[in-house]
Design a protein. Structure first.
Length: 224
């Protein structure tokens, strides 16, 4: 399971060997198209679980959002700083994580990376999250880890926190993830207990893969 050391090793290998076919320097079309469907104010702190060094990080920061990316593999974060031609900042050790901060610059808000295992993020220690964005995070995890992921996300979000999530459906092929297929039913099963869900749209590619975009909004806990 991806939360264990053994499951995580594949990610260290992938980054070491440059097998990062999931990565794009450009913003994801679905993010650019659907982010405005959320009511996230400029200056809001946006959590990106399992963030890699995605082009979405910069795009969100250029929208004025303070990005908090959580990434297991330090090499990915080092590589982000290299790509920005920025010197690697001093790391700040936090419980279970090493923090790297890129301060606000002209044309963009600050970007913070917590390097460590997303599942070890402590809601009590984490900064307040105003919104989140999941691209290739849920679908990077095997089935057994996805329930824990959904619960962790719920734990990190106050009521009314909104997020965009992209799931993946594939036609008639065996599921040899990552990326894993996560059906609409599974998205509902995982998130509906803690989030209101709205299916915003989908995009199918020539390989028979369909990305489905969801708006999630954290429900208030039920009172007795
Ligand atoms: C499929 S990639 C997606 C990266 C990014 N979201 C993107 O769209 O390019 C998944 C990323 O999650 C990281 N990762 C995997 N398990 C993790 C965990 N438990 N905690 C934090 N990061 C993790 C991997 O190192 C990898 O960079």
């Amino acid at each position: 399971m991806a939360t264990s050391g053994q499951g995580n090793e594949q990610w260290f290998e992938r980054w070491r060997e440059g097998r990062i076919g999931f990565h794009s320097d450009s913003v994801q079309p679905m993010l650019a198209r659907y982010w405005s469907h959320l009511s996230v104010s400029t200056g809001a702190r946006v959590l990106l679980p399992l963030c890699g060094k995605s082009g979405d990080i910069l795009w969100l920061a250029q929208c004025g959002h303070a990005v908090l990316g959580v990434e297991l593999v330090e090499q990915a974060v080092r590589s982000w700083f290299e790509d920005q031609a920025e010197a690697l900042p001093e790391t700040v050790a936090r419980t279970n994580f090493n923090r790297f901060e890129s301060p606000e610059r002209v044309g963009r808000a600050g970007v913070t990376f917590d390097v460590g295992n997303f599942f070890h993020l402590d809601a009590a220690l984490s900064d307040d999250i105003d919104a989140f964005y999941d691209r290739a995070a849920l679908i990077a995890l095997p089935e057994a880890a996805r329930q824990r992921y959904a619960l962790k996300l719920a734990e990190l979000c106050r009521p009314n926190v909104e997020g965009l999530l992209i799931s993946l459906i594939r036609d008639g092929q065996r599921d040899q993830g990552p990326p894993y297929v996560v059906t609409d039913d599974e998205v509902h099963r995982l998130f509906a207990p803690n989030f209101m869900l709205e299916r915003l749209g989908e995009r199918r590619d020539e390989r028979g893969m369909t990305e489905v975009v969801w708006r999630l909004c954290r429900r208030a806990p039920l009172s007795c």
